[in-house]
Design a protein around this ligand. Structure first.
Ligand SMILES: NC(=O)c1ccc[n+]([C@@H]2O[C@H](COP(=O)([O-])OP(=O)(O)OC[C@H]3O[C@@H](n4cnc5c(N)ncnc54)[C@H](OP(=O)(O)O)[C@@H]3O)[C@@H](O)[C@H]2O)c1
Length: 287
């Protein structure tokens, strides 16, 4: 297959690139400007830049990992957030429609309010976004679902892995290694997702042209505090540097769902998905 990645310099795009490099598929990496691993310029808010690359490369699938993904920035810079997360998706949908391309798009657990008893959401649960990022991501999903484009929407949760920009795992490990204190909440619970698992699922969705919404996450609920404690234990770092805080202690611009997790049965049966246990992923990330 020929696969085009948008947002390839990000955490998820980078992981997809690495897996595709060791596959039989041909792929190209793009971002809104050259640099990093991006060999082509696609700003998803600029239709012309999409069509130019698509017309030349003629992909079978586009994996869209481009987004404005900083939740608090989205709360403040609303126009920019909407332009990328909604209008950008509209542009990709139009191009996929024009060229008969399968679209794989990444969405988020934040479309839920986190109040469901047990905290395990299925693909069919009713969304209830709490902040502007969440609203924009849900609107992006709706743009795709209301089109006739062949598409897979992969919803995911708190993604971590090796990348030049910090995520929860690399951030906590580095802080503790430097002997610095770190504040972690115990009342926000997620099923953290190893980025390579998500990347594999994106590729599988492209290969199968799997239609619909799919849940992709780890298989275990963990609070941010649990994540920090597990990292400290695994790498024999000083746990006493971890400050246990509550969400209400943090002055975050965007409201977050308190507890989210996913029922993975549809992805396991349709995409052959399997979630790497958190402890095992720590070994792979820091090999
Ligand atoms: N990370 C998580 O915990 C998480 C959780 C749930 C869902 N998701 C979703 O997963 C997807 C990937 O997120 P990520 O964590 O990989 O985010 P990321 O690291 O911020 O990557 C997003 C990439 O998109 C690029 N980008 C921004 N605007 C663009 C535009 N107009 N055109 C082309 N590229 C553009 C960014 O460029 P710059 O590098 O220059 O900023 C960045 O490289 C997003 O849809 C996000 O909503 C992520």
């Amino acid at each position: 297959m020929k696969i085009l990645i948008t947002g390839s310099n990000g955490l998820v795009g980078n992981a997809i690139h690495k897996l595709l490099t060791n596959s039989d598929h041909e792929h190209i990496n793009s971002s809104w400007s050259l640099g990093g691993i991006a060999s082509h310029v696609i700003d998803i808010t600029d239709n012309e830049s999409i069509e130019k690359v698509v017309d030349e490369f003629r992909p079978d699938a586009i994996i869209n990992s481009a987004a404005m993904a900083n939740v608090d920035n989205c709360e403040v810079e609303r126009d920019k957030c909407w332009k990328v997360n909604v209008d950008g998706v509209k542009n990709l949908v139009n191009t996929c429609d024009n060229y008969g391309i399968h679209l794989v798009h990444i969405s988020t657990d934040y479309i839920f309010d986190g109040k469901k008893v047990g905290g395990i959401y299925t693909e069919d649960d009713e969304p209830s976004p709490q902040g502007f990022y969440a609203e924009s991501k849900l609107a992006g999903e709706k743009v795709i679902l209301s089109s006739s484009v062949s598409s897979s929407i992969l919803r995911t949760i708190l993604v971590y892995g090796m990348h030049q920009r910090h995520n929860i795992v690399t951030f906590v490990k580095e802080k503790l290694e430097k002997g610095e204190k770190v504040n972690l909440v115990s009342d926000q619970v997620r099923m953290p997702t190893y980025v390579d698992d998500l990347a594999r699922a994106c590729i599988s969705a492209a290969e199968k042209k799997a239609k619909g919404i799919f849940n992709i996450s780890g298989d275990k609920h963990m609070s941010y505090l649990d994540i920090g404690n597990t990292i400290a234990e695994y790498f024999s770092l000083d746990k006493s540097l971890i400050n246990h805080v509550k969400t209400s202690d943090l002055n975050q611009a965007a409201k977050r769902p308190l507890k989210t997790g996913f029922d993975l049965s549809k992805s396991i049966s349709t995409l052959d998905y399997s979630a790497t246990p958190f402890i095992d992923s720590l070994e792979f990330i820091f090999l």
